[in-house]
Design a protein around this ligand. Sequence first.
Ligand code: NAG
Ligand code: NAG
Length: 450
Amino acid sequence: MKPLSLGLLFLYSCITLAVEGSYDYKDVLQKSLLFYEAQRSGKLPSDQKVTWRKDSALNDKGENGEDLTGGYYDAGDFVKFGFPMAFTTTVLSWGLLDHYNGYKSAGSVDEGLKAIKWATDYFIKCHVKENEYYGQVGSGNVDHAYWGRPEDMTEKRPAYKITTSKPGSDLAAETAAALAAASIVFRSVNNTYANVLLTHAKQLYNFGYKYRGLFSNSITDSQCCYPSTHYEDELVWGAAWLYRATNDKTYLNYVDTLWDSVKSMYGFDWDQKFGGAVVLLAKLTGDTKYKTAITNYCNYVFQQGSRTSKGLIFIYDWGPLRYAINIAYVCLRAADLGINTASYRAEAKKQMDYALGDAGRSYVIGYGNNPPTHAHHRAASCPDKPAVCNWNTYHGSQPNAHVLYGGLVGGPDKNDQFTDNRTDWRHTEVGCDYNACFQSMLAHFIETGM
Ligand SMILES: *[C@@H]1O[C@H](CO)[C@@H](O)[C@H](O)[C@H]1NC(C)=O
Ligand SMILES: *[C@@H]1O[C@H](CO)[C@@H](O)[C@H](O)[C@H]1NC(C)=O
């Protein structure tokens, strides 16, 4: 072969590699932020970039007429479920706080702050009394019976709260975690706002710690979708965030009191906070017991957990990508502490790159190779007015009318198979919680040049 052809061959293989194995994480991070814009409820601001979304749910109110507008629609529906919304906000705050330079180099710091504030402003409205908090607006069954645009909704949107007689320690503590984490994020941006966030965080934590119970036993309408299994893990996770925000050792005493009941819970998702709590506590305290806990958890999932043949960690068939990416993220944070750094980083990247295209297609709407076009998402599926949008739109074979940029869909089945069909909500729906660790991990990869 002539030297020229060898050079071309070399060039060719570099291009092929670039196409198959590397992704523009900055582009995906920017798109993920657009996804959060598309989930906004309430009056939209003038700088809204996702302009096919309109003002909606402007009459969301508490039992005594309190203004509960704002916040995020949960997924492809229009219920505002406070519990996963709080988890989302904690994780987005965690990412912006610890991977600030990743956001900065993507030019996304302002957008990241706005994504967090859209939720925290709403949480403040929902916290109507020291021991009263609205944890849901809209009824699961009623809302899910409607297919159309959010601005066209006519069904009743009841608001549900936790109180001292109907407690929700998990909801109160997760919301406290979100507000405490956000207070650290906003400390250098607006000190007044950071103080407001921290005051609400402390009150909500005390409420959750003192009045024990599962929020889904108090707000029973949430059982359609978010039946919580424990609250001790949120109490630990919330205490860890409050300790980080305040340096007050009282919160570590709470953790010690609760440790025996959470030390082998495992999991990291809207319901389970073990993974995030132990890796955060490992960093904050340096205590060996937390390092051992996160190491055992990551080793267990990475070495013995079930996987698809293309390597996706497969915990559950409903939204498998988010479980894989959640675990990948907390183990990536363990890698940052020097725990099995090379192998955990490689595994985290493998899970992310699966979602971005390594398994043969992208699972992120509007990004990469053959992305999903039929996501289970009411607002995106509806063409602009005056076209009709209803259950026929849902059942139709046409793609969604609008591109829901950056939304991570549920993902494949255990055989790496995926059908891009709106009716298959386990695999084609999106969720605020699905994009949270996803977005934080993208910021981490950008920051560390992974
Ligand atoms: C800072 O936060 C406070 C409390 O939310 C708000 O009233 C004020 O307008 C904010 N200041 C700026 C400069 O955004
Ligand atoms: C989507 O799935 C449903 C249920 O399996 C099926 O009836 C329908 O034909 C599918 N739609 C398309 C466009 O493939």
